[in-house]
Design a protein around this ligand. Structure first.
Ligand code: NAD
Ligand code: TYD
Length: 366
């Protein structure tokens, strides 16, 4: 029986991971350490057999106490500031949480495990954005692609990756790192492209497409990501990094058009949706794509990410199971079936943040 400390487990990917791990390892103990920032949500853990401790990963004494009292042997580190646009508006929080927070965790883990001579694993969850941007015909990112982060977010994640690497090489901490592509799926906070555009479509609000919309991302269903992380934790070699991708490299405009077509299809098949969401163009038979609006590009916007996950496939047997089309349809269905969840977010601190930073410009639904 293992005892896991999952940082950021009340966020999007962390809560999906807790669901995955507790379902597949029912005898393990899972403790979540989460500060419940704007992105953290108790409701994401509803019904899950995990203990939530509200606290800061920068609090080294708290982390040490949790490792000790819960006899933690595995840390799975998700906690982070995760949104590129926010990092452009205010980079400080990204350095604080992603760099200093990761370092505080590493210090506590080293003290408890290396100094204490205990078997352990520290798994760090990172991003493909640390590798920078690709041209249209460049080969996909591999684990040995040089780091070239371009946003304050990716720079802070790159710094945290380097710290994890250093704690393995210098102090002998048993670490693994995974670098994944753009996740989507249930519990995704509605500031990121897919959930934001789902809610804006339902509310008849514009879909703000940065620049020409031809930026390319690889889309990874969060359940595939969680299976990949679990495989790395169980079978990954200490000190190694593994790329985890979704095998779905698409320009943003294709993602948006696919989503709009799926919304139109559901409204056409179910008249109750028009009653629930009368402001949606699809409620009056108009295409959701009529909401598409090209806006000023994001500063420093990376053009293309693509991920080569052959190493995870060869060593760990990892392969994504979701196709983008079926994963997106399932995600849209989830948002339609969980209105209470997203209403709670839109009526809370998120609305204030949008008003403060975007001066009332339509960015989010609600
Ligand atoms: P998220 O923003 O949804 O959740 C982050 C969680 O961390 C929240 O619950 C928040 O309350 C918590 N947190 C923030 N600061 C904290 C602190 N100081 N102490 C304790 N908890 C704190 O993020 P996500 O999308 O679930 O991403 C999880 C991890 O995966 C991050 O490390 C992110 O960099 C990485 N990642 C995400 C994606 C993606 O597409 N979402 C892609 C690649 C990598
Ligand atoms: P996002 O979900 O913010 O993830 P990341 O920046 O980590 O890739 O954005 C995904 C892509 O969608 C990215 O190229 C930026 C673009 N985008 C828009 O065009 N409009 C939006 O309102 C948002 C949030 C993102």
């Amino acid at each position: 029986m293992a005892s896991l400390l999952v940082t950021g487990g009340a966020g999007f990917i962390g809560s999906n991971f807790v669901a995955h791990w507790t379902a597949t390892h029912p005898n393990d103990r899972v403790t979540v350490l989460d500060l419940l920032t704007y992105a953290g949500n108790r409701a994401n853990l509803d019904g899950q057999p995990a203990e939530l401790v509200v606290g800061d990963i920068r609090d080294e004494a708290l982390v040490s106490e949790l490792i000790d009292s819960r006899q933690v042997d595995t840390i799975v580190h998700f906690a982070a500031e995760s949104h590129v646009d926010r990092s452009i508006l205010g980079p400080d929080a990204f350095i604080e949480t992603n760099v200093l927070g990761t370092h505080a965790l590493l210090k506590a883990a080293r003290k408890a495990w290396v100094d204490g001579g205990k078997p352990h694993r520290f798994h760090h969850v990172s991003t493909d954005e640390v590798y920078g941007t690709l041209g249209p015909s460049d080969p996909a990112f591999r684990e040995d692609t040089p780091y070239a982060p371009n946003s304050p977010y990716s720079a802070s994640k790159a710094a945290s990756d380097h710290l994890v690497r250093a704690y393995h090489h210098t102090y002998g901490l048993t670490t693994t790192t995974s670098n994944c592509s753009n996740n989507y799926g249930p519990f995704h906070f509605p500031e990121k492209l897919i959930p934001l555009f789902i809610l804006n479509t339902l509310h008849g609000r514009s879909l703000p497409i940065y620049g020409d919309g031809m930026q390319v991302r690889d889309w990874l269903h969060v359940e595939d990501h969680c299976r990949g992380i679990a495989a790395v934790i169980q079978h990954g070699r200490p000190g190694e990094t593994y790329n985890i991708g979704g095998g779905a490299e698409l320009p943003n405009i294709r993602v948006i058009d696919t989503l709009c077509a799926e919304v139109d299809k559901l409204f056409a098949a179910d008249s109750a949706l028009a009653e629930r969401f009368p402001d949606a163009p699809a409620a009056s038979g108009k295409p959701s794509s009529s909401l598409k609006t090209f806006v000023t590009d994001r500063p420093g916007h990376d053009r293309r990410y693509a991920i080569d996950c052959h190493k995870a496939t060869a060593e760990l047997g990892y392969e994504p199971k979701h196709s983008f089309e079926s994963g997106l349809a399932q995600t849209l269905r989830w948002y339609l079936d969980h209105e209470d969840w997203w209403r709670g977010i839109l009526d809370g601190s998120y609305r204030q943040w949008v008003e403060t930073n975007y001066g009332g410009r339509q960015t989010a639904a609600g």
